[in-house]
Design a protein around this ligand. Sequence first.
Ligand code: BMA
Length: 386
Amino acid sequence: MKNSFGENRGCHMKRNLFTGFILLFICHYQTLLAQECSDKQATKETRALYKNLYGLIGKNILFGHQDDPCYGVGWKYISGRSDIRDITGEYPAVYGFDLGRIELGWNVNLDSVPFEKTRLFIREAYTRGGVITISWHLNNPLTGGTAWDNKPGAVASILPGGSKNSLYTAWLDSVANFLNSLKGKNGENIPIILRLFHELNGGWFWWGKDQCSPDEMKQLWRYTILYLRNEKNIHHLLYAFNTDKFSSGAEYMERYPGDELIDIMGFDIYQAGALKENSAFAAFISRDLDLLDSVAASHQKIPALTEFGYNGIPNISWWTKVFFRAVASHQIVYALAWRNAGKKEAGNSEFYVPYPGAESAYDFKKMSATGKILFEAGVNSKNMYK
Ligand code: BMA
């Protein structure tokens, strides 16, 4: 039978089959492309990390903790110790560290962690198969104040042509030196998720939304990443873009510098202030996770909860009833709890994962047994660098 093109049915079927194959090929090719990180010269371990993180989408969530092997509630620098390990028997799957003050040539970071120790802990974490993410609470380059010194003008001052551009570039050199010193046992560079200019839609950091225009912020991203990539020849990084909690896809994307620079899309959220109640927090985080799922999928990036916490977790079933319920049905591949600083100078305390004896310890262990949230053994079995 002939169709309107004058072909018979057999020919028509062949054409359909052919079109089907082409479509299948395009889809497959797109998925393959999506599994490539933004740095086309990335090292093989970094490319593997990207591909393996991508593969976790919709399957597992790696549990992370800031400064985990450094200190916990009531202890500091005890070899082999970790609050998460004390509860679950395993280290976390993801380890967060911060480089704030490296730019000043200090030996310790803004939370007094010696960079020597950070280097050692990163190497040990990598050897255990863990994933490492680094943030940078860098000082205000214009005023010399801290990251929270949010006077306007600092971002503009460090862009090319600005009065602090050479200072900022020297600061990037110190970050580059540290990143280049992170080596595995065969001399390979240890892949790092570099989380720059975090919470940039908030107003509290000098790189925040009230201190610079979206265009200035995008220029800063581009300048920073291309400097590390092309001038410093660093190819063992995945770049994470992350806002604070947000209200719409448009707000999320306002300062996004471009798919060719970014690998991971995330946001930070805390159960505090207006989100102090479980129900308010659960509703907000669920809505933001929905928005993140769709924005990350449409840019073919990896979604992550780059920082979260409920200080003190004063609720015995928060992990299973609030946190797990919110995250389990979403696409994020990791969630990083903030640091267990313990008792602080002012007499208040800060911790975001339980330690032995803490109210939510039993519930945390229960969550760790679901199989959905992975810790040391789970991430190790995934061979993230192969
Ligand atoms: C904050 C607190 C501070 C810390 C800062 C940077 O949320 O934990 O104590 O100095 O992060 O790590």
